[in-house]
Every structure is written in C-alpha cells, then in structure tokens.
Design a protein around this ligand. Structure first.
Ligand code: GDP
Ligand code: ZN
Length: 375
C-alpha cells in the first residue's frame, strides 16, 4: 500500500491520509474516531445469533436446483386444482384455494424428493396443484418458484430451510426510537432481500417519537421505498402509503421485536396484526422448528409471517458480493483501483474515499464491514 507521504502535495494526499485514519479506526473497531462511528448494534445482532458463517445464502444454486426438480415433474402440474401453501409446520401443510378456502393437505409420496442441501420440500408461498385421494387432499405438484427466502436449518446447519417462496416484497421495519433505530439490522434485511432477488422497502415506525427524516433521506436516497409511519393513527399518511405498497403483493416484514410490526400491520389492515406474530418458533436451543403462515390481505396479496426472518442472517457471501448488493457501494466499485476491492484496506479505494467525504453514510459502511469482517 502506498504511504501517505508518497502522495504528499498531490490531490490524493487527503484521501490517503483519510484511509490511514480509517485503518486506525478499523483496528480499534470501537467508538468514534475522526467522525467515524461504529455501530455496536451490529456486533450485538451477531452475538445473539450464532449462524454467522452459514446463513441464508447458498440461495441461487438451491433455487435453480428446486426449479429443475419440479420442472422434471412438469406434466403433473397441469392436473389438479391450483392452490397456494399458507402454512407449514412439522407434519402439516395447509393450502389456500383461489376462493380463500383453506384445507390441510398431505404431500404426495414421491414429491418429497430428496433435495440435497434443503430440509423442507415445500414452503409458504409455494404455488401447488392439489388432488383428492379417498376424500383427503394431497399436493400432487409444486410449481417453479420465482424466488425463495432461506436460512440455515436449526436442526442441521449443513442444510438450508426455506422460509418462504415467491415473495414480492421484504419490508425492513425499524423504529425512530424505543428501541433505537438499528441501521445494522435494516442493512442486513436489505442485503438478505437483494441476495435472494427480492424487492425491499423500509418502514420507519414511531415517527411520533422522533424525526424520521435522516433515515428516510438515507434509504430513499439509496432507491428503496421508505415510509415513516405512526401506527397509532390509521389515517396517518405513512400508514396509507404502506397499505398501498403492500396491497396485491406477497410481503414479508423483518424487524426486531418491539419495533411495532404488529401495530403497523394492524393500522394498515385492522384485525390482522393480532393474528400476525402468533406464529411461534417452537422448541428451544438447537431443536427449534421454524413455522410460517401467510395471511390474505384485504384487496389482494398476502402477508407472510415467519419467525425465521427476524434475525436477517446473511451468510456465505464474499465481500465483493455483499458490496454488489449495497447500491451505494456497488456504484463506486468500478472506480476502485482493484476490481476485487473489498473496501477495507486497499489503496485507491473509491468507497473509502466516499465514506471519508461523507458521500457514503458511515452507518452503511460499518454495517457492510460487520458483515464482511465476520465471514
Ligand atoms: P412488534 O414486536 O414489532 O410487533 O411491536 P408491537 O407492534 O407489538 O409494538 C411494540 C410497542 O410499540 C407497543 O407498545 C406499541 O403500542 C408501540 N408502538 C407501535 N407503533 C407505534 C407508533 O407508531 N408510535 C408509538 N408511540 N408507539 C408505537
Ligand atoms: Zn474499494
């Protein structure tokens, strides 16, 4: 790495010196230094969730493997009634018909094909074909998935557990205050969505408790729909906007407990919030089973509730891939000296320079760092 001295007197000097400062901050990884702020909530999120190195992302490979398998049974897909899987728990699958009726169904033998690396064949959101066998409903075929959200299985870390399929929108929820806005969590949720090819939005709750403008400015500036809302008021502009955003889509909310997810859902769709959140993560320790349930939204669309999403663990991504899913970092990557720049210590790193100049938010840089540093 070139020394700061070498560039003395050139326009680059400041940038190099800034990088030195950043490097020192990195070494310390604590507190503030020259305006750099490390968000300790990042560390906190990790400490609570051990699935650091394996997470939800062996993703694309598993999705295409799944789609190849179900396409192989393609002829079946034409027969039977179409339905959507709305609940999955051990030994039970519930499907919803197009008229809204729900019924539990067995998975036909042979459909439960052995898929290497996956713990569950069927997930909430799957479009299926069902047939009656001696009065009982059986799932005869699964249609290819547009996308899927997965995380490592809690029984066997070598396996992926598919939490939901065919998701249109992931909404990252965080409060202005009480609890404090966690940039680390929001950025992880956005990364999780991007890594699985799912559109994402940000909802900033409890706007009556503080000014949401900095968060809205940041995330809207990155291109995400970002809505601030007061869930206590059903006529709140943010609530109305969020309702419009959710309607007709298959949505997943990701937010830490207490940020106001159920209140927000209730404000948008009265009565629904009480049902959402009732889906439990059963068992304890290693033998936790993640369930999932989807609820129809008035006016179309579904809200998928799965406790498995609450942690937003993203693993298995190389630094360049993480940066690729950070729009603010990805934009500058071509300007870095090295095409595989990890934006940590490399000379002539456009990202480090932009953070130093305040063009990239420090919170964004440090959430990126906390993800790539643990890998
Ligand atoms: P969840 O755990 O994310 O589902 O959060 P809840 O919806 O249960 O809300 C947690 C607490 O925050 C409850 O006491 C709510 O009344 C409160 N709360 C939720 N939304 C708002 C809001 O917009 N403004 C205020 N002041 N309080 C809220
Ligand atoms: Zn770089």
């Amino acid at each position: 790495m070139p020394s700061a001295g070498k560039d003395k007197g050139t326009g680059r000097y400041g940038q190099q010196r800034g990088m030195g400062r950043l490097r020192r901050a990195n070494l310390k990884q604590t507190g503030r230094l020259g305006g750099w702020e490390r968000h300790d909530e990042d560390a906190e999120i990790f400490d609570r969730h051990g699935d650091k190195d394996r997470g939800s992302h062996a993703g694309e490979r598993l999705l295409s493997q799944f789609n190849r398998l179900v396409a192989a049974g393609g002829a079946e897909a034409a027969s039977g009634d179409p339905a959507e899987v709305c609940e999955v728990r051990p030994g039970l699958v519930v499907v919803r018909f197009t008229d809204g009726r729900e019924e539990s169904a067995a998975i036909r033998r042979g459909l439960e094909k052995r898929m290497a690396g996956v713990s569950n064949t069927i997930a909430v959101g799957d479009r299926v074909r069902v047939e009656r066998e001696a009065g009982d409903l059986a799932i005869a075929a699964i249609e290819p998935r547009r996308n899927q959200l997965a995380r490592s299985d809690s029984h066997n870390r070598a396996l992926e557990h598919v939490l939901a399929a065919n998701v249109d929108l992931l909404v990252a929820v965080a409060a202005v205050r009480e609890p404090d806005f966690k940039h680390g969590f929001v950025d992880r949720a956005l990364l999780l969505a991007a890594a699985h090819g799912i559109a994402a939005a940000v909802a900033v709750t409890k706007r009556d408790l503080g000014d949401p403008a900095p968060m809205v400015g940041l995330y809207a500036g990155l291109g995400y729909p970002c809505i601030a809302a007061d869930a206590r008021d059903t006529a709140d502009g943010g609530v109305l906007e969020l309702r419009r955003l959710l309607q007709g889509r298959s949505c997943v909310f990701a937010g830490q407990s207490g940020v106001g997810k159920s209140s927000l859902v209730n404000a948008c769709f009265p009565g629904l919030g009480a049902r959402v959140g009732s889906v439990a993560e059963e068992g304890f320790g290693r033998h936790t089973t993640t369930m999932a349930r989807s609820f129809p939204l008035p006016g179309g669309g579904t809200l998928i509730d799965t406790p498995g999403i609450r942690e937003c663990v993203v693993g298995g991504l190389a630094p360049v891939d993480v940066a690729l899913h950070y729009p603010d970092l990805a934009r500058l990557q071509p300007s870095c000296r090295f095409p595989d720049c990890t934006h940590r210590h490399e000379p002539d790193c456009a990202v480090l320079a932009a953070v130093e100049a305040g063009v990239i938010a420090a919170s964004r840089y440090w959430s990126y760092r906390s993800i790539v540093d643990e890998a």
